[in-house]
Design a protein around this ligand. Sequence first.
Ligand SMILES: [Fe+2]
Length: 148
Amino acid sequence: MLDSLTPGSGGGNLGEEQLAWLDGVLSGRPDVPAAIFLHHPPVAVGIPAADAIRLADGPALAEVIGRHRHVVRVATGHLHRPVTIGYAGTVLTVAPSTWKQSTLTMAADEVIGWVAEPTAFLLHRIEPDGCTTHLVQVSHSAGQTCGF
Ligand SMILES: [Fe+2]
């Protein structure tokens, strides 16, 4: 678990100290599948409003993860939409929200907002030879209970 919170900013950052800690932890047990969790996606996903507040030091995180072949999953949130991306030689998943889903707004001149899609979470099944991720929807209706 990494802490990407940057107080006073919507974006995230890990910093050299935390990245060094991660490198050391991953080096300590190279025979055990590792999953890394943090809030902010470390790469752009094609949603300009979200990409502007992604993890600032994503390339540095990719450099660390790339040295450790036993990382079977990198999991983030922040977007309120499910996204899957190849990243640093492994798979990056972005979880949907258990509250509200954001719009798939891929044009910079369109305003991002909320969309009435089911709430959901990701279930990661980690085994010795890898990781399988299931999308689990937890609401049967797409109605919003509140909004802005
Ligand atoms: Fe967030």
